[in-house]
Design a protein around this ligand. Structure first.
Ligand SMILES: Cc1ncc(COP(=O)(O)O)c(C=O)c1O
Length: 454
């Protein structure tokens, strides 16, 4: 392996140098050569052994969390851009990748319907993107509360605390969406409401279309957290319910993570603001940077300073190559994920060993092993989760999700409620290869149920 990989890398560096990518000579020369050779080989051996400790994120066997390797185009562009290591803070840190970032933000803005009039940038992930959106919410309404749903990502409460702004959660309905009746009671006096388009737990989309007029009538801003769900906007007409997506451009700010469904490596989130005027809150002077050009430096509209230009380059390359339309390879991959989740839910619904919690809206499915009480469901779910990773003949990987017991018992009153919360199973089908795999997973799950019930 070592003997093959090192010459390959040397060849790769030599070849890419002809296109203007280059690593400093002193690095190129030491790669696997004396006197480093022995250390290199030893460390390399340890490295590959340790990386084997990862779960098989590339394989359909892994349907646990929102995790998958980036598309090879992203990998390709990232690794080349990384040899230059541009920094998208000030323009002089990476003029071409800064331009690429502006272009990809334009693509994302068009995707959500913001078109030319917006402000936006990439971030290191969804957490920082949401932090920036909530920070702008605070700048606009310093004395007004931020609301988010009980099923919104926990980052909203944490970031509101970091910002020192009052926040509160709004109850959800039985499907895990903002309860619009209860929302009406708490909206008066609030500053911004976080609407989640694709919740992390159940993958559901809040009823944006119903929420918008309510917020308008109370003068409440809307921030959409579409960190996970945002790219499904491309295939809105293929979704069971396209209505919430149609009016997405009404939102005041939107977060979308290219490192979730955008085929990118980690370190790539994004935030978009409908009103570019909010750029005034970011305004600051720098004694070190922003001298090379009067054009906008991305650092002037971000809270993070140094950011990888390679992220922008990789996303730019991926979008340019795969397109962002419903019929593009990108769109088709998303459709496959939706179909995989739909197929799996159908099978679970027919299984004598498992019950479906609700029909999936995107590509996350929650379900539970049949049992007589909520504590037994929790015990079996945890047992099956472990069994899949450690005992199954061929491993399979799920995740667990904690929810109020009432969600289950309303539909299944025969189940004894002996815990207020129940832990259920959750599968995220975010790889097109899951479409073929789900049948096999059902068989594995049924075997697991029988083995774990004994
Ligand atoms: C809806 C939602 N918002 C925010 C986040 C946090 O994003 P990140 O992990 O990229 O910081 C996640 C992560 O799963 C998410 O699903």
């Amino acid at each position: 392996m070592y003997e093959k990989l090192i010459p390959f890398f040397k060849e790769w560096f030599k070849e890419t140098e002809t296109y203007g990518f280059s690593i400093p000579k002193e690095y190129g020369q030491v790669l696997g050569q004396e006197p480093d050779h022995i250390h290199f080989e030893k460390t390399f051996g340890e490295f590959i052994q340790r990386m084997k400790g990862n779960y098989p994120f590339h394989s359909p066997q892994y349907a646990g969390q929102m995790l998958k390797p980036p598309h090879p185009y992203a990998w390709f562009a990232y690794s080349l851009a990384m040899t230059i290591n541009p920094n998208n803070h000030a323009l002089d840190g990476g003029p071409p990748s800064s331009e690429m970032e502006k272009e990809v933000m334009q693509e994302l803005a068009e995707m959500v319907g913001y078109n030319n009039h917006f402000l936006g940038h990439l971030t290191s992930g969804g957490t920082v993107a949401n932090l920036e959106a909530l920070w702008v919410a605070k700048c606009l309404h310093p004395k007004k509360k931020i609301l988010y749903s009980a099923d919104a990502h926990y980052t909203h409460k944490r970031m509101a605390d970091v910002l020192g702004i009052e926040s509160a959660s709004v109850p959800v309905d039985d499907f895990g969406k903002i309860d619009v009746i209860k929302l009406e009671e708490v909206l008066p006096g609030a500053g911004t409401l976080v609407v989640t388009m694709g919740t992390t737990g159940r993958g559901v989309v809040d009823e944006f279309d119903k929420i918008v007029p309510m917020c308008k009538s109370h003068g409440v801003r809307i921030h959409v957290d579409a960190a996970y769900g945002g790219f499904f906007k491309i295939i809105e007409d293929n979704l069971q319910n396209s209505t919430p997506w149609k009016s997405l451009s009404v939102a005041d700010s939107i977060v979308i993570d290219p490192h979730k469904h955008g085929l990118q490596p980690y370190g790539c989130g994004s935030v978009l603001f409908k009103d570019p005027e909010v750029g005034r809150f970011y305004k600051h002077d720098s004694p070190y940077t922003y001298f090379t050009s009067d054009n906008l430096h991305l650092g002037e509209i971000t809270l993070e300073c140094s950011r990888p230009g390679a992220s922008a380059a990789a996303l730019w390359f991926t979008i340019k190559t795969l397109g962002l339309t419903p019929e593009s390879p990108f769109g088709n991959m998303l459709k496959d994920c939706i179909q995989a989740a739909g197929k799996f839910a159908e099978e679970i619904d027919q299984s004598e060993y498992y019950s479906l919690i609700q029909q999936p809206e995107l590509d996350i499915v929650c379900y539970f092993p049949v049992a007589t009480s909520t504590s037994e469901i929790t015990r079996l779910s945890k047992r099956i989760f472990d069994y899949g990773m450690k005992e199954s003949q061929e491993p399979f990987f799920l995740s667990l999700y904690k929810m109020p017991s009432s969600v289950i018992t309303k539909k299944h009153p025969e189940i004894v409620v002996d815990q207020t919360e129940v832990t259920v199973l959750r599968s995220v089908f975010m790889k097109p290869s899951h479409k073929e795999y789900v049948k096999k997973l059902i068989i594995q799950l049924e075997t697991a149920y029988v083995d774990c019930s004994e």
